[in-house]
Design a protein around this ligand. Structure first.
Ligand code: FE2
Length: 273
C-alpha cells in the first residue's frame, strides 16, 4: 500500500496561512506518508523571493519524507517556471517506490503567463515511457483540471489537450490523477471497459484563504492499495479528517464535502413565484 498526502495551491505571499502550513507539517510528521505531493501554485506570483521563502517550509516536509511538486499557473507568472525549476524542483518528475510497487509521475501543465493548461505531445510521449513498465499502483499529478468540477468558477482554464490524457489514463491503467487549481475538493471515478478504474482527485487550497463558497483550506490523505483507494479530506485549520472517497473492487463511494449548486438554489427561494 502506498500512502500519499496531497497538498495544493499554497499561494505563498497572498492570503497565505502560516498556521495551516504548520498544521500540515505536524500532520505529515505524525503520519509519515510515503510521499507528499504538491499539485501546484506553490507561490502566488512566480517571484524568486517567494520560491525561496516557501522552500523553507517545504524543506521541513522534505526532512520527514519524499516530496514532489508540479508547477501551477501562478508559479508560471513572471517567467517563474525557470525559478520553480531552480529552487523547488524539476517541472516534471517521476518517483518509483519499489518497496510499495508504486509510481508517481508529476507533469507540467502550466505555461508562461496563461491560466489554461496544456500537456503537449513531447510530454505525453515522456509519460508513456514512464508508465511502460510493470508497476501495480500508478499515479499522475498535475495542476490543471482534466475534467471541470462544479462550483469552481471559471471553467475554461482546464487542460487544452485533456482528451489525450484522459485516454492515456485508460490505456495505461492509471489508478489516480491528482489535481489542484480551482481550490475545490472533489473527485470523479471512471470505471473503464477494460475493468480498470481511474479516480480524478482534486484538492482544495491547503494553506491560503483563497477558498470557494464556505469551504475551509484542506488537503487530501490517500491510501492506494492494488487499485483499492481510500481518500480522506483533512481541514488545514483544525486537522479534522473526513472520509471523501472509498473505491473497492471498482465500486466507488464518494461523500460530497459541500452542498451542490442546485441545493443552494432550491434553498434560496430567489426564484419563488
Ligand atoms: Fe491556485
Amino acid at each position: 500500500m502506498v500512502e500519499i498526502i496531497q497538498i495544493s495551491d499554497l499561494h505563498y505571499d497572498s492570503e497565505f496561512r502560516e498556521d495551516c502550513f504548520e498544521n500540515i507539517i505536524n500532520y505529515v510528521a505524525e503520519n509519515k506518508p510515503d510521499i507528499v505531493v504538491c499539485t501546484g501554485d506553490v507561490v502566488h506570483k512566480g517571484r524568486v523571493v517567494q520560491f525561496r521563502k516557501v522552500l523553507e517550509y517545504l524543506n521541513r516536509i522534505k526532512d520527514i519524507t519524499r516530496f514532489m511538486a508540479v508547477p501551477g499557473n501562478h508559479d508560471a507568472k513572471n517567467s517563474g517556471l525557470v525559478f520553480f525549476e531552480k529552487i523547488i524542483g524539476p517541472r516534471r518528475s517521476r518517483i518509483i517506490l519499489k518497496e510499495k510497487d508504486a509510481i508517481i509521475v508529476g507533469i507540467c501543465s502550466a505555461r508562461d503567463d496563461v491560466a489554461y493548461g496544456e500537456i503537449g505531445d513531447e510530454q505525453l510521449d515522456w509519460i508513456g515511457r514512464c508508465f511502460d513498465q510493470n508497476i501495480e499502483d500508478r499515479v499522475i499529478a498535475l495542476h490543471h483540471h482534466l475534467i471541470p468540477i462544479p462550483m469552481s468558477g471559471q471553467k475554461f482554464t482546464t487542460v487544452r489537450d485533456a482528451g489525450e490524457i484522459l485516454e492515456f489514463t485508460n490505456l495505461f491503467e492509471i489508478d489516480l490523477v491528482l489535481m489542484g487549481h480551482r481550490h475545490v475538493p472533489h473527485a470523479y471515478t471512471i470505471s473503464w471497459k477494460n475493468s480498470s478504474s481511474t479516480t480524478f482527485l482534486y484538492s482544495g487550497t491547503s494553506t491560503s484563504n483563497k477558498v470557494r463558497a464556505d469551504d475551509s483550506p484542506s488537503f487530501n490523505h490517500i491510501f492506494l492499495n492494488k487499485g483499492d483507494l481510500e481518500v480522506y479530506i483533512v481541514n488545514s485549520i483544525n486537522l479534522k479528517k473526513t472520509l471523501l472517497l472509498e473505491r473497492k473492487e471498482h465500486h466507488t463511494e464518494f461523500i460530497r464535502p459541500r452542498k451542490t449548486r442546485i441545493e443552494h438554489l432550491l434553498a434560496s427561494k430567489v426564484w419563488d413565484e
